[in-house]
Design a protein around this ligand. Structure first.
Ligand code: WTA
Length: 675
C-alpha cells in the first residue's frame, strides 16, 4: 500500500507562493542517510504495513530480551462492537528498558566513555557532562536508594523535578526496578501535583528544593508540601515518603537556599545522602531485569516493549541519527516529547544529547543559538511556539553565533504555520536543513506523521507522510472513509508498537475517548486534510473547529493566514456566536516587536484572510494580544480565549495555564464591537 503519490522530482521555483513549493534537503548533507530517498521510504513503508511481523522482529533483534515473545508480534481489537479494546505487542516477552538503553550501551556497544548528556543549567555558569558510564552508575545508585525507601515493582513514583540530571536518574531508576514513573512538570501548581499523585496512587514523591526558571525562583519544596497536605485532606493520601534533591544552584548559594521553606508535613530524606551511602552498592544486573512499564500524563499508559522499539526506531529515522551527532530537544521531560525524545529514544540509540534546564530568552534572547554553537548541535528539535517567540527578535541574535553544525531541524506540538516554518528553514537552518514537522500525541508514544530528512520532499505546514507501520485514514462526520484529496477526522486503522495500552485504571475512559466515535479506528481528535499528493496537513483539534454559515473552518488555516502578515508574530482564532452566521471569527493577534496595532493593520489582516481562504472566513473581531494564554507546554488554550471573546468571567480550572496574568490583560482589551 502506498501512502502517497508524491512526485519526487525537484520542484523548480516558479510563480508559486513559497509555502506551495516543495523543499528538498540540500545535496551532500545526507550522504549516508538511513533512508536516502523517497523510493527507499516507500519500500520500507510497504514492508512495515504488509509484513509487520518481519519488520518489527528485525527491529527487536537489536535489543536484549530476557524472554522472547510467546505469541504473535501484534494482537489487537479496535472495534468496540467486537468486545474490549486491547493492543498487545510481543506478548510474553520480558526485558528491562533501562538495561537496553544503558547497560547495553556500556557493556555491549562500548559507549561507556561517550557523553550521554551535556547538561546545561538555567544559568550559563552551571553545566556538566555525563557519560554513559556515569549515567549508568547514577541510575544504579538512585535505584538502590529507591529500593531502600521501599519502592517495589509496580509501585508508582511521582517525580516533580526540574530539568536536572537527577530527573533522568530517577525516571530510569524506576524503569530499572520495575516501578512506574509519573512525571509531573515542575511548573504545575500544588493542586495539579496533588491531582496527579492521587490519579496514579503514588507511594513516593521525588522533588527538589527549588529551581530558577530564568530569573524567577520557584520553591518546589513548598509546592510539594502543599500538594501532599491537600492529598491528605482529601483522605486519599498514599504518599509515604518524599525525597528532596538539592538543586545545583543551591548547593553553594545558601542565601537562595534559605529562602526555601520546608513544609510541615513532608518527611524529608536527602536523596543525595542515600546516593552516597550506596555509591559502591550492588548494581542491578541482568538477573534483576524485570518487566516494567511507564505511565505518563493523564493516565496514558505505555508499556516497555512497544514503546522502547518505537521511540528508538523513530528517533533513528526521523532525525537520521548518526553516531557523531549532537542532538538537542528543548522540551521538558515532564511532557511526552521529553520522555520519548530526550530520554528513551536517544539513549536507546546511544546518542549524545543536550539536556537544557533554562528558557529560550534567559539571560539573553540568543541563548538557544549560543548553546547550539557551544556544543556543535547537529539535530535540533523544538516547538512552533518557541520558533514564533524567537522570530519576534529577528535575525540579529542568530547572526552572532555559528550555526553551521545544524543539519536537521524538527518541530512538534502544534500545527506550524508556513510563516514560522519558512523562518526556521531560512534563518535558523540557512536553507540547508530540512524542517521535520512531526505530528504525534502523548497517546501515540512517538512520531506518527513525519517527513524523513533525506527522503521526503517538504511542504511548509505539512507533517507529510506516515511513519513505518502507521496507517492513517480520514473520515467524515458519519464515519465514512474519504479517499484522495479530503478533509475530516484523522484516525488510524491499526496499532503500531508505540501506541498507548490504556488509561491507568480506567478502561471505560480509554474506550470512550479514543474508540467509541468511529468503531474500528483509533481517533486522534485532530482534524486533517490530505492534498493531491497524499500529504497530510493537521488542521487543529476537532473541538476547536469553527462553523461559519455552515462552512467548517480550521483554526490552523485562519491563523496561518494572519501570521503571514509581516507585523504578526502569533495568532489564535476562536469562534463567537453570531445571530446570522451561527458562528463568526474572533481573532487574537500578537504583534512583532515595535509594530503598531491600528485600523490599517486590521483592514490588512481581514484582506489577508479573505484572499487566502475566502470571504466566508473574514474575521468579525480582531483583538491585539500582547500575550496569549498557553499551557505550560506551549499550546494555545483556545477554551480560555473563547471565554474571553464571550466575556465569560468564570474561567474554571486554570492550573495548566503558564501565565495567568495574560488573561487579565486580554479581558481588559476585549473588542466590544465588530471590527
Ligand atoms: C498537536 C505532543 C500539528 C495535535 C507530542 C495533537 C500537532 C496534540 C503536531 C498532542 C504537529 C502535535 N502538527 N499538530 N506536528 N504535534 N500536535 O499529547 O493537536 O502534548 O493531537 O503530544 O498536539 O499533544 P501532546
Amino acid at each position: 500500500m502506498s501512502p502517497v503519490s508524491v512526485s519526487t522530482n525537484r520542484v523548480v521555483p516558479g510563480p508559486q507562493e513559497p509555502e506551495e513549493k516543495t523543499y528538498h534537503p540540500s545535496d551532500g548533507l545526507f550522504t549516508d542517510a538511513h533512508v536516502p530517498d523517497f523510493d527507499a521510504y516507500l519500500a520500507l513503508y510497504k514492508k512495515s504495513t504488509e509484513e509487520p511481523e518481519e519488520f518489527w522482529a528485525d527491529v527487536a533483534q537489536e535489543f536484549y530480551w530476557k524472554k522472547p515473545p510467546s505469541g504473535p508480534m501484534l494482537q489487537y481489537n479496535f472495534d468496540v462492537n467486537k468486545g474490549n479494546i486491547y493492543i498487545k505487542f510481543m506478548e510474553g516477552a520480558k526485558t528491562n528498558i533501562c538495561y537496553n538503553i544503558l547497560d547495553r550501551n556500556v557493556h555491549e556497544r562500548n559507549l561507556g566513555e561517550k557523553v550521554a548528556y551535556y547538561w546545561e543549567g538555567n544559568s550559563p555558569d552551571h553545566h556538566q557532562n555525563i557519560t554513559y558510564n556515569q549515567l549508568l552508575r547514577n541510575v544504579c545508585r538512585c535505584a538502590n536508594a529507591l529500593k531502600l525507601l521501599g519502592v517495589k515493582k509496580g509501585d508508582r513514583v511521582a517525580i516533580y523535578l526540574p530539568m536536572i540530571p537527577e530527573l533522568v536518574y530517577t525516571m530510569l531508576a524506576c524503569a530499572r526496578i520495575g516501578a512506574v514513573h509519573s512525571i509531573v512538570f515542575a511548573g504545575f501548581s500544588s493542586e495539579s501535583l496533588c491531582e496527579r499523585i492521587m490519579d496514579a496512587q503514588c507511594n513516593i514523591l521525588v522533588t527538589a528544593d527549588g529551581v530558577y526558571r530564568g530569573d524567577k525562583l520557584i520553591n518546589l519544596k513548598k509546592i510539594a508540601s502543599e500538594a501532599l497536605e491537600r492529598c491528605k485532606e482529601s483522605m486519599a493520601s498514599c504518599v509515604q515518603k518524599c525525597v528532596v534533591v538539592k538543586h545545583h544552584a543551591f548547593r553553594t548559594n545558601t542565601d537562595a537556599s534559605n529562602k526555601l521553606q520546608v513544609g510541615q508535613t513532608v518527611k524529608l530524606y536527602g536523596l543525595l545522602t542515600v546516593y552516597d551511602g550506596f555509591l559502591a552498592g550492588k548494581n542491578l544486573n541482568r538477573a534483576n531485569v524485570k518487566f516494567s512499564y511507564i505511565q505518563h500524563l493523564n493516565g496514558v499508559l505505555h508499556t516497555v516493549t512497544g514503546y522502547m522499539l518505537y521511540t528508538s526506531l523513530t528517533f533513528k529515522y526521523v532525525f537520521d541519527y548518526h553516531h557523531d551527532d549532537v542532538y538537542w530537544c528543548t522540551a521538558d521531560i515532564g511532557w511526552i516529547t521529553g520522555h520519548s525524545y530526550i530520554t528513551y529514544g536517544p539513549l536507546a540509540n546511544g546518542a549524545t544529547s543536550v539536556l537544557f534546564e533554562g528558557v529560550p530568552v534567559y539571560p539573553h534572547v540568543g541563548r538557544l543559538w549560543e548553546i547550539i554553537e557551544k556544543y556543535g548541535v547537529s539535530k535540533f528539535y523544538t516547538a512552533p511556539t518557541a520558533i514564533r517567540l524567537l522570530m519576534k527578535y529577528g535575525r540579529e541574535p542568530l547572526q552572532r553565533y555559528d550555526l553551521s553544525s545544524l543539519c536537521v531541524l524538527g518541530t512538534v506540538g502544534e500545527p506550524i504555520n508556513p510563516e514560522a516554518w519558512l523562518w526556521y528553514y531560512d534563518v535558523v537552518g540557512q536553507q540547508r536543513c530540512p524542517v521535520i514537522d512531526t505530528f504525534w500525541q502523548t497517546e501515540t508514544g512517538g512520531h506518527v506523521l513525519t517527513p524523513l530528512p533525506a527522503a521526503t520532499p517538504l511542504k511548509p505546514g505539512s507533517a507529510t507522510c506516515p511513519f513505518f507501520g502507521v496507517q492513517p485514514a480520514i473520515l467524515n462526520e458519519h464515519g465514512e472513509e474519504l479517499e484522495g484529496e479530503a478533509e475530516g477526522y484523522l484516525v488510524f486503522r491499526k496499532p503500531w508498537p508505540g501506541i498507548m495500552r490504556g488509561v491507568y485504571g480506567n478502561q471505560e475512559r480509554f474506550e470512550s475517548t479514543y474508540f467509541r466515535k468511529f468503531p474500528g479506528f483509533y481517533v486522534t481528535g485532530d482534524g486533517c486534510r490530505r492534498d493531491q499528493d497524499g500529504y497530510y496537513w493537521i488542521t487543529g483539534r476537532i473541538d476547536d473547529m469553527l462553523n461559519v454559515s455552515g462552512h467548517l473552518l480550521s483554526t490552523a488555516e485562519v491563523e496561518a493566514a494572519l501570521t503571514e502578515h509581516p507585523s504578526v508574530a502569533e495568532a489564535a482564532v476562536v469562534s463567537q456566536p453570531h445571530a446570522v452566521k451561527g458562528e463568526c471569527l474572533y481573532c487574537f493577534v500578537t504583534l512583532k516587536d515595535h509594530k503598531e496595532f491600528n485600523r490599517t493593520l486590521m483592514e490588512e489582516l481581514k484582506r489577508k484572510v479573505r484572499e487566502k481562504i475566502g470571504p466566508i472566513a473574514t474575521p468579525d473581531f480582531i483583538q491585539n494580544a500582547p500575550g496569549l494564554p498557553k499551557t505550560r507546554s506551549g499550546k494555545i488554550m483556545r477554551r480560555v480565549l473563547r471565554q474571553i471573546a464571550r466575556n465569560e468571567k468564570d474561567l474554571g480550572d486554570l492550573s495548566t495555564l503558564a501565565d495567568p496574568k495574560v488573561v487579565e490583560v486580554l479581558f481588559s482589551q476585549r473588542c466590544e464591537a465588530a471590527a
